[in-house]
Design a protein. Sequence first.
Length: 661
Amino acid sequence: MKLKNIPFYLAAAAVLGFSPAVQGQSSLKKADKYFDNYEFALALPAYKEAIQKRKPDLPTVERIATAYRLTRQNEQAEVWYGKVVAMPGRPPMNLFYFAEALRSNGKYIEAKEQYMQWGEEMPEYAERAQQLMEATDLSLRLMKQPAVAEVTQLTTLNMPGASDFSPMQYGNNGIIFTSDRGVQKDGKDAKVYGWTGRPYLQLFIAQEVGEGTYGRPQPLQDVINADYHNATASTAKDGGKLYFTRTKMVPALDNVNADPTSWIQKNENQNLINRLEIYAAERQGGSWTNIEPFEYNKVEEYSVGHPAVSPDGQVLYFVSDMPGSLGDTDIYYSTRKADGKWSEPVNAGPVINTSARESFPYVDANGKLYFASEGHVGMGGMDIFSAEGELGKWRDVKNLGYPINTPQNDYGIMFTEPGKRGLLSSNRESQNGTEDIYAFNILQKPVVLAITTLGRYQNKLKKTVQDPLPNTRIMMSQKNSKDSTVVITDERAQSFADARAGNAYTFTGSKIGFLKMESGIEVPATASDTVQVALVFDKNEVEKAIVLENIYYDLDKWDIRPDAARELDKLVTLLKNNPAVEIEMGAHTDSRESQQYNQLLSERRAQAAVDYLVSKGIERNRLAAKGYGKTRLVNKCADGVQCPEEEHQKNRRTEFMIKKN
């Protein structure tokens, strides 16, 4: 059995179990009637009563599982679909529903097995089954990666036992969101929706009283909150117009598809069904008035809902299953014309829309599109995705990662500070299918550090070379943090470590035959997904000179330049990590000027380097200074040879040589 009309926020509460078979036909008929009328909150306890009187058959167990699925009670859905798939004669589509429940509960390995069996029993879905199996692997990888954000539940906004979801900006410091917590009208309790057993959806507003803290929610005025469902609202930055969703009961014609994202309720008259419409209201003073339908509503044929207006008020994004949709529901947009009316809706295109459901669009202050999808590869249920571009020209669709997304339903995102913090909706902690609003703070972007270890030494030709240094132990820690990670490079002298853009890291390493090293890196905030890191180890052998990179001097001077100081600081760290080592600092000049002049100049340069090391805490008795003048040139720039300045500078170098280890 497959019901297309699946709402996204539903709940009911009942714990069912088998009991000895006795007569209970009347209870079962009552339960089936509730079920056929989509009144699952009433159907579940009725089924509980029925199966206490008689052992349930396959259709009954299947209906119980379906009711739990459609009310988003994933733990019970898993239990009951487990019973269904074990029964003889069960339709194979139940394998898919069982897999979905397992996946929503974070049981990815078990879900993968069920997807595989579903694809085998229903070959027409084999390709989709393979995609979902790959999605389970992706989910496991995402959950092992560093968290992309800190996510916390907003207890000041959420009401226990109610669904609260789809927050949007409202005024300068407020939000507008949807809730089924119920509002008394004229002293009467709110009407109850049979699907959920809770009141109909209404719109509420709340003011931010501190960063991420909101005051007590208040219902929007009655002119907006009509008796039936009113939900998913959006305003432009100026707040002059409010766009929101309502439902309407219409004849369900045979040639018309039912909308699978609406809040469906079938009447006892089976020829009626609910559809979505968008309405707009104007602000006059402190009130909303002039409520008008969106010009492209057409409930006789399709639904439109989930409006999201761009910050400048010039583009209206929404969701529909109108003819021409690529999947169950697609994201569309209309642009505001010169006369203030909206253009014909345009499909956002195949980069955004899939053969499944896309919904809950949102555009931030920088024009980035966010939306929920069940068709793009995600972690389970609905996941939140982003896309770069504009209107119909979108690219780079990305899953926002864990824990923005979870195995449960995650959707309805908004940013209070673009790219950094905001709110989202999720049923990640719910036992009864209800949603809550969560605050999130984006952490720095996860990156991978591709680490290569190199050994530096002087070869037989007395040239300094660097070769790969495999099987080297590296301890990595974030700056000012006590936590550390140990990695060992492989036979190719490579290893990988997780990090975050914008953070600084320290590496300390050791390898027999080489000096202990310590080095640091600050990962740029704009870093790509992979950052290359080369760690150099100096060979621990005496009387072999190692050139210090970038230790150069200006012509005829021995002052330590700022760039040289940075390199000498690395030598300071090396000496502190290897306290038994004593070294000679050797300085060299280029060929210009006399031998005597250059000898004196090189001695002063060597002594300046030693004095700098001492100023940084290295004991003077571990250091010796020696000048070599122009006796050890590294190129052909000898006396009388014309050379560019950069070649002469290569000879104005400083080396260190281990004298004792």
